[in-house]
Design a protein around this ligand. Sequence first.
Ligand code: 5GP
Length: 204
Amino acid sequence: MSKLHISYNQIHESIRQSVDRYHINDNFKPDLMIAIGGGGFIPARMLRTFLKKTERGNIPIQAIGLSLYEELANAGGEEKPGTQVQKTQWLNFGASHSEISLLGRRILIVDEVDDTRTTLAYAVEELKKDVEAEEIRRGMKPGESNTTFGVFVLHNKIKPKKRDLPEDIMKNYFAAVEMPDQWLVYPWDAVDIESHTELANKNA
Ligand code: 5GP
């Protein structure tokens, strides 16, 4: 598979342009970001630079950790690989000692790349479950809190996806760049950042 090196500056600029292109500050207006670690951390922090502050100040960035692994699923006696996601870190919003709640928020889930969509679909599903559980705990009906989710990724690979995102999420789906299917090499993985940046600039 071909590889594409991407520099910090290219990422910064793609994020800036996409916030304008999607009018994120006028339409979705996030008031909380949930970054999927580790790839979503740096993009979320860069993105915050271009997002309007709320009356409470900078938009908070919370983190969740997810890892993707291949599992042998036994389908009708036939062993075939399936893709599973595991939580390695999660929020403690809504816990009895936590003053922060997910309810009523406009939450932007941030990751670096949407490849097969497995990770994002899992994150959305689990976060929606958390919202529903918190609603029930507070005596509300499911959905009553009007909590809204969106997704921001640096790169969406144009390819058949293994999972879909719900329609309401796709209304607030923002990909800074749409890409053909190829392996993306991010600057935070570079051991030699100078040669990485040179390669990225050559591709530009
Ligand atoms: P998914 O297949 O669930 O959409 O993506 C899972 C994870 O695989 C991503 O969060 C990312 O860590 C990794 N991944 C997928 N494609 C690429 C890629 O082209 N480059 C890098 N560096 N990681 C990737």
